[in-house]
Design a protein around this ligand. Structure first.
Ligand SMILES: [Zn+2]
Length: 128
């Protein structure tokens, strides 16, 4: 299998895979293990999505939106349509968000410590 982005129409292919996976979920019997096939279909979809560049992911979701919501305004989340939703990329985004939050928190902590040191120094001078 070549790279997904080199498929004749990678965007149409993404939509075909998504429709197939959703049909499998919708038609799955209510029985244990009934979603195994659908899980496999979603794994194929996500592998394809992962191989697409962000512009093509965006274009695929935009095409799907225009098909299913013709004439409606794009939802706010459309700004994230270029993101890959595979588990590895999802985890990486969560990790990056936590690291960014930690970096902000560390910076605030450093500022507080510097302020505290300055106050202590001032306090020492006034008591000398
Ligand atoms: Zn991915």
């Amino acid at each position: 299998m070549g790279a997904a982005r080199d498929a004749p129409d990678p965007i149409a292919h993404w939509i075909v895979l998504l429709d197939a996976a959703e049909r499998m979920v919708a038609s799955a019997p209510c029985a244990p293990g009934a979603l195994v096939a659908a899980d496999a279909a979603f794994a194929v979809l996500l592998a394809h999505e992962h191989a697409l560049p962000p512009e093509q992911r965006y274009q695929a979701r935009l095409t799907l939106w225009q098909r299913n919501h013709a004439g409606e305004q794009l939802p706010d989340r459309h700004v994230q349509w270029g993101e890959c939703t595979c588990p590895a990329c999802h985890r990486a985004r969560l990790r990056a968000r936590v690291e960014r939050r930690e970096a902000v928190w560390q910076a605030q902590l450093r500022i507080l410590q510097q302020q505290k040191q300055r106050l202590q120094r001032k306090d020492q001078h006034t008591h000398d």
